[in-house]
Ligand binder design. Structure first.
Ligand code: DAU
Length: 341
């Protein structure tokens, strides 16, 4: 297998490369990553010597075509994405560009160069929010944020490419993912890094929103199973039924960082009407057709993740001290809040 992994300097993509190198030791692995704000060479440090790296964006057809051709790529997995909902509320142009247009470029180039299989890594957020029950792969796509809509664009392009051109593309829709190497803007790493630094954390609204959590390694294994056994044209839900309210997750983070409730600042919900109340997926199809099942126990692994952040400050400290990061926190949470937080 000659595998191109896009977005591997990011969170889930890097876990996927580690898993791919374990599962297919002789595989030739090529990484394409734009090294935008959330992608870092430090994230790839442990496997850097085992991959070929190309800097660049997935929406560049010349570059993507060149990489596929010179590296004789047979399989492509696309993790490249703008992934933060809050940022998409500030400016969503980059989201459409990478998450929708980028997928079109990648699929066109894969098709043109006869790639054997493509996996488009999508998200459960394409379904929108569900009050009761679970989303299946046949549920309608009703995204509620510009981020989720841009991912739905990529997801639907994958489907259409298969219908129109028989491009061998499979879609995975993953749940909220946690684990080491997650950029400190998402709930868990944002809160952990702040709490470790003795700063307050901003919980949106009443903290009653429910997310379905899956460990990055299990998510990566679901994508790997889709690459190996997924049927072209099909989508597979990749979740782990660990439904928790944000407040419940935050309680564990407080315990692990030895902070009390006074560190939690409840703020008016900045996502307001676009804040999905609950995500929940039925993953029977992936279990049945891909032979995949999550293995990492949530409570233990969440605590291990907290310990990882405590022990791996070398990785996150430069990220939170970066000017652009501080500016984002400042502009999104507000000047007074940013200081107070
Ligand atoms: O469900 C899959 C999705 O999970 C992925 O497609 C997205 O890329 C990923 O960002 C994540 O989306 P969420 O919006 O659910 O993740 P986030 O960590 O940003 O927020 C999780 C919950 O925590 C959400 O209800 C909002 C809340 N939250 C988040 C932040 C950053 C807070 O209360 N305070 C915060 O500061």
């Amino acid at each position: 297998m000659r595998l191109l992994v896009t977005g591997a300097a990011g969170f889930i993509g890097s876990h996927f490369v580690r898993l791919a190198l374990e599962r297919a030791p002789g595989a030739h692995v090529v990484v394409l990553d734009a090294l935008r704000y959330s992608g870092h060479l430090s994230t790839m440090q442990d496997f850097w010597e085992q991959v070929r790296f190309y800097p660049g964006v997935v929406q560049d057809p010349t570059l993507v075509g060149h990489v596929i051709e010179v590296e004789k790529v047979t399989h492509v997995v696309n993790f490249a994405a703008e992934s933060h909902n809050d940022r998409s509320l500030q400016d969503n142009g980059a989201f459409v560009h990478t998450n929708t247009f980028g997928v079109q470029v990648l699929l066109d180039q894969a098709r043109r160069h006869g790639v054997e299989k493509v996996v488009q890594v999508s998200t459960d957020e394409v379904y929108g929010s569900i009050a009761e029950g679970d989303f299946t792969e046949d549920s309608p796509l009703r995204p509620n944020t510009p981020y989720a809509a841009s991912k739905a664009g990529g997801d639907l392009l994958a489907r259409a490419h298969h219908v129109a051109f028989r491009t061998p593309v499979v879609v995975t829709r993953g749940g909220n993912t946690y684990g080491p190497f997650q950029y400190p803007e998402k709930l868990i790493p944002f809160f952990l890094t702040r709490l470790l630094d003795g700063k307050k954390v901003p919980l949106y609204g009443d903290g009653g929103q429910v997310r379905e959590w899956i460990h990055a390694r299990d998510h990566a294994a679901g994508v790997w199973a889709a690459l190996e056994r997924g049927a072209p044209g099909e989508a597979y839900n990749v979740g782990d039924a660990n439904e928790r309210t944000n407040a419940e997750v935050v309680r564990v983070l407080l315990e692990e960082t030895e902070r009390d409730e006074s560190f939690v600042k409840r703020i008016p919900d900045p996502r307001a009407g676009a804040h999905d109340q609950r995500y929940s997926m039925d993953c029977a199809k992936a279990r049945r057709d891909l032979g995949w099942a999550p293995e990492v126990p949530f409570e233990t692994a969440l605590r291990e993740t907290a310990r990882w952040y405590r022990e791996n400050e070398w990785w996150w400290r430069p990220l939170v001290e970066d000017d652009a990061y501080r500016q984002f926190v400042h502009s999104f949470y507000g000047p007074t809040l940013a200081e107070d937080l």
